[in-house]
Write a protein that binds this ligand. Structure first.
Ligand SMILES: [Zn+2]
Length: 490
């Protein structure tokens, strides 16, 4: 699907953080042909008054199943997103031999496919031809479950060797790194030593280790120390996923985490993080609720996003629902989880402070990732449809927290560099044409907590691999599988 297109009279932000340049940008086939003055003879797109930037990269998505089952990915493409990284927080659809981690059901739905090898998953992605490009990490929980089955325990020496060889073949198949989810079953039982041993395989190949760290609340600081130590031992890039300080008593701790990142970087540990632009998180209710020791502070600020057995609860705060049912919140939650399908309930938790969020967004080493969970049945967190427009509309235009070129850098060039995605993320002659044309004065995420499934306004055209992929709401699918930087392969 090759085209000859020109974006005429646009303000180009090249993705590096450089100031805008007034130019025409032409595309021939899949690549950017010229940035400057372009003659006639192309299909013309009038870009006056608008910005043309590289397509946005969602470095933290859970679109693993969606790229196969909902390949139009309107919720991503309509934000200007042209590539997603899947396999996050330790979970994915491959490699899966034998058992499957329990988190997969709530993250990827009941009808989720599964693949023994990463290369099988990636060829299914190629056949599905999703609307955006896809790079995958290898989930640590997948390695554990594939080797240990449903048991949650420490692997033996032989089992650790089996996990390493499973990871090595997954990286050979084209995965871009390893991810962990250290608050979830079964990843939480892993020791620092086991994790460093696996992450070392990424270090040897110049690939990334991403981590949903062991605590994002009371034990945030030791959890950050662990991530730094893994980076030091494994000699790999470390990416803390959806960095946050959760729970009011922990607000302000990002001052300390940022100081630790700076000190670790000064000692040669390449640690950074990504963040979504909201003060609420979202995840499976069952993972947030320990019946033996319910976290009342957390339940107090939680609402139901989707609830297969009781859809009428969607969008409501747990405290209100429990009061109406004349019971306490833990009892109410126990009832939800006990119902058939109740374990797939997703909740939204209002746990973060604005100052930490803004400090994270403006950090020079922060990238943007949505952490969107693709359950369109209820009222999902608005980050699924709104992440990138919210950064541009709210944090750049309304709050002035970031300059526009810097915000774009955190969504494009910096993301591709960090995850080893080559030939993308920058507007320059010869680069692959993943592009977005938008109006910086009007771009707005229309998705809200109460009405979360609305596409944004102000995103006018999206080009994926040189093909017009999104224009006036019409979608055409041109995504591909992205592998790691070729030079990095051993
Ligand atoms: Zn996570």
């Amino acid at each position: 699907m090759s085209e000859r297109l020109v974006f005429r009279d646009v303000r180009v932000l090249d993705g590096t953080g450089a100031p805008p340049l007034a130019a025409d940008v032409s595309i021939v086939g899949e690549r950017i042909e010229r940035v400057g003055s372009v003659p006639s003879g192309y299909q013309e797109i009038d870009g006056r008054g608008r910005y043309l930037t590289p397509g946005f990269v969602d470095v933290h998505s859970h679109d693993d199943a969606a790229v196969l089952t909902l390949p139009d990915l309107e919720f991503k493409l309509s934000q200007g997103c042209t590539s997603v990284v899947v396999g996050n927080c330790g979970f994915g659809l491959s490699p899966l031999t034998g058992a499957e981690p329990p988190g997969n059901a709530s993250l990827f739905g009941v009808e989720r496919p599964r693949f023994a090898r990463v290369r099988d998953y990636l060829s299914a992605v190629t056949s599905a031809r999703p609307a955006v490009n896809v790079a995958t990490l290898v989930g640590h929980a997948n390695l554990l479950s594939s080797v240990l089955g449903a048991e949650e325990r420490s692997p033996s020496r032989e089992e650790r060797a089996a996990m390493r060889s499973l990871l090595a073949s997954a990286l050979e198949d084209g995965a871009v790194g390893l991810s962990t989810g250290l608050i979830y079953r079964p990843g939480r039982s892993a020791t620092l030593e086991e994790l460093a041993e696996l992450a070392a395989l990424c270090g040897e190949r110049d690939l990334i280790y991403t981590t949903h760290i062991r605590s994002e609340s009371d034990r945030l600081l030791p959890a950050v120390e662990e991530a730094i130590e893994i980076g030091r031992l494994a000699r790999c890039r470390v990416q803390i996923s959806h960095h946050k300080a959760s729970g009011k008593r922990n607000w302000g701790k990002t001052l300390q985490t940022h100081a630790r990142f700076a000190a670790a970087r000064a000692q040669g540990v390449d640690i950074a993080f990504d963040v979504y632009p909201y003060t609420a998180g979202s995840g499976p209710l069952v993972e947030y609720f320990d019946p033996a020791r319910p976290d009342l502070d957390l339940l107090e600020v939680s609402r139901i996003a989707s609830c297969p057995p009781f859809p009428e609860l969607e969008g409501r705060m747990l405290v209100e629902l429990a009061a109406e049912a004349a019971t306490d919140v833990p009892t109410f939650v126990t009832r939800i989880l006990a119902a058939p399908g109740g374990e797939r309930t997703l909740c939204i938790t209002f746990t973060m402070g604005d100052e930490d969020l803004e400090r994270n967004l403006s950090h020079p080493h922060a990238l943007i990732g949505s952490d969107g969970l693709v359950d369109l049945s209820g009222k999902p967190h608005p980050r699924l449809f709104g992440t990138f427009p919210r950064v541009l509309g709210h944090y750049v235009r309304e709050r002035g927290l970031l300059a526009l070129p810097e915000a774009i850098r955190k969504m494009t060039h910096a993301s591709c560099e960090r995850f080893g995605l080559e030939e993308r993320g920058r507007i320059a002659e010869g680069m692959i044409a993943d592009l977005v044309l938008f109006d910086a004065d009007t771009v707005t995420p229309r998705a809200s907590y109460d009405d979360p499934k609305r596409t944004p306004s102000g995103i006018e055209c999206v080009v994926v691999n040189g093909a017009m992929a999104y224009r006036s709401g019409a979608i055409s699918r041109a995504g591909r599988v992205l592998g790691p930087r070729r030079a990095a392969r051993v």
